[in-house]
Design a protein around this ligand. Sequence first.
Ligand code: SAM
Length: 329
Amino acid sequence: MAEAVEGNPEDGDFRLLLDYMHGFMVSQVLFVASDLGLFEALAPGPLDATAVAWALGLSPHGTRLLLDACTALGLVQAGDGGSGEDPAFSLTRLSRLFLLAGSPLSQRSMLRYLAGTTMRCWGELGRAVRSEAERLLFMRALQETWSMYGGRVLAAFDLSEFRVICDVGGGSGSLAAACARLYPTSSVSVFDTPEVIAAARDHFQHPLGAPPIRFLGGDFFRSHLPQADLYILARVLHDWTDADAARLLGRIGLAGGQGAALLLVEAVLDPGGQGPVHATLLSLTMLVQTNGRERTEAEYRAMAAAAGFGRCFHRRQTGGNLDVMLARK
Ligand SMILES: C[S@@+](CC[C@H](N)C(=O)[O-])C[C@H]1O[C@@H](n2cnc3c(N)ncnc32)[C@H](O)[C@@H]1O
């Protein structure tokens, strides 16, 4: 039978653990008090909880509990309210100097940022740390598109004239593999980050007897890019700001020899940007997940031209959500 063990609440490690477990509550008290304007309400002078609640339009009960917690944390102090039981709360040095809006040393904007954007991102911490599984899931999700549209996208233009083809940011290599099948006399490679290339090699086997593709790992903003006759960029530019997309295209323009071509595969927005629905929704996805956005045909044409791919720009629709644009140097 297991021996009964008496816990010691004074155990230093246990106290430390308690502090760690409740740390988020301390931050939340600080964030909420600051966001509600509690410190500004107390700036003119001491007030009891009812007066603070009335001034800010809050629940008197909740305000009192919040003020009590703020007192325990040293964010405010409680004094004699003069009217029986209710204490009057006032600012401490900490809140007057660092939390009050308008103080020259105020940290309020940082608090608001931490309470909003940073807190939301920290909600994803577990997922981010498990990123290998997350990366694989994303790669599989993207691969599924190509099982539906890969053939159409690659047949939108006759690409057989291009001897050397590189799918830049090509992820799992599924589109490149389909390209090698459709154009067996071309040599096809995938360029992506070393982590993605390793995952593509380990987890995305292509059928025996399929034409081989080469996997190249690197950073398309820094590493040497392979020389090719045709560069494919499928759902890559939409991840990036205009400046970064132009930088990437510029590097591809320099890597490609005379007569090189660019094949862009993206969900293209109508002129003006109000449709089609799937492209506007994808643009919002880019807003919340990356720094990018979807773009119109005119924008892609201008970006390609600025990178040296200014000839023979053509766009073809595929019947799916992704359109294909070919441009030449
Ligand atoms: C939205 S995914 C598109 C993948 C693939 N082209 C497709 O459509 O299925 C963007 C790809 O760009 C790659 N990527 C992002 N930053 C990169 C970088 N700095 N260098 C190389 N590849 C990068 C990502 O790893 C990812 O595979």
